[in-house]
Design a protein. Structure first.
Lengths: 169, 169
DNA sequence: AGGAATGTGTACTTTTTTGTCAAGTTTAGC
DNA sequence: GCTAAACTTGACAAAAAAGTACACATTCCT
């Protein structure tokens, strides 16, 4: 449960695009700014491009730019496209059945308690991270911890309005 | 950013110990129950033992047991001992300095915005997960999602009492 | 046209993580 | 004491992730 290299560096590359208000940013520019190799940045951009997060322009005056404004890109979705979900939904019960569930029987079975845990955690984590946008990371550089706490707290309210009531003083 | 095999299986093994109210559980018992090989369970237990989460008794009537009651073992701490933190605090700025910080200069530098993000996220994630104990996982098997939401919401209150006020209806 | 600067895509090498193997140590029971 | 059942440890093999290499395609500029 750690941030993978692809998530970390991918996010950094996207932030470079977000900082360049308009106009395309080239692979060499991003690579130089982040201290990464050009081919590696190309690989990261390929992932982001296939996910529809960035667009590219080929040719001499080419480069990359975001497909949406930085204000609309939440960290939860972005990190999910760069990495993987907390656990693989498919095949989960087959793989972890254990001796008590030899036939792949799983529903409501005690062995699969953890599936509920991971599902809930996954949903909650992505939803909460989506409260923070790329624009936030750029604008509030100095006061990130404070901003984060506010947004995290707000996510609880947003997610379960009928269950809890939250008041920010 | 996904649950590692060691975290998943380690947690499952610990749950087996927690379910066996008193008395030791042997490696073969855990391995059979979870469908894992005995040597692999031994490796996982070794990690847990070195972290002080479980104790072992050698010899013919030996086995493993928890060092603390299941009610006192939070998921955040447990998963942290089984896996790794979200990011490595040490060497972080050296590795990710990029071209704008060639001399290792980092404090308050824009390139290190992400460090604040990961730190805050790490603290918040572990703290929140610690609201859920091993005993919770065993007792509330069927209604885990509801329990989780309550605990997650409560964590916000607990973490920042002066910032937010939370009311559970 | 042609060359230089750019992105695209596949295959490969290196590193890290997973999981196994095998030899050794401890202890209860006979 | 001896054996069987248990834990301990370090080295090893397999799989996945990270990062590189290289040949190729596209476009601008002259």
């Amino acid at each position: 449960m750690k941030i993978t290299a692809q998530e970390e560096y991918g996010l950094r590359c996207v932030l470079r695009l977000a900082k360049a208000e308009s106009g395309a940013v080239t692979l060499p520019e991003v690579a130089a700014a982040e201290g990464l190799s050009v081919p590696y940045v190309a690989k990261l951009m390929s992932v982001l491009r296939n996910a529809g997060m960035v667009d590219s322009v080929r040719g001499r005056a080419g480069g990359y730019h975001l497909t949406r404004p930085a204000e609309e890109i939440g960290l939860g979705s972005l990190l999910l496209t760069l990495g993987e979900p907390l656990f693989e939904e498919t095949e989960y019960c087959q793989k972890h059945a254990g001796s008590e569930a030899p036939n792949g029987v799983c529903k409501n079975h005690s062995t699969c308690t953890l599936k509920s845990l991971w599902q809930t955690l996954e949903h909650w984590l992505r939803h909460t991270l989506d409260q923070i946008t790329l624009a936030d990371l750029i604008q509030h550089e100095g006061r990130l911890p404070e901003l984060l706490r506010e947004r995290l707290a707000a996510a609880v309210l947003d997610d379960e309005p009928q269950l809890v009531t939250l008041t920010v003083k």
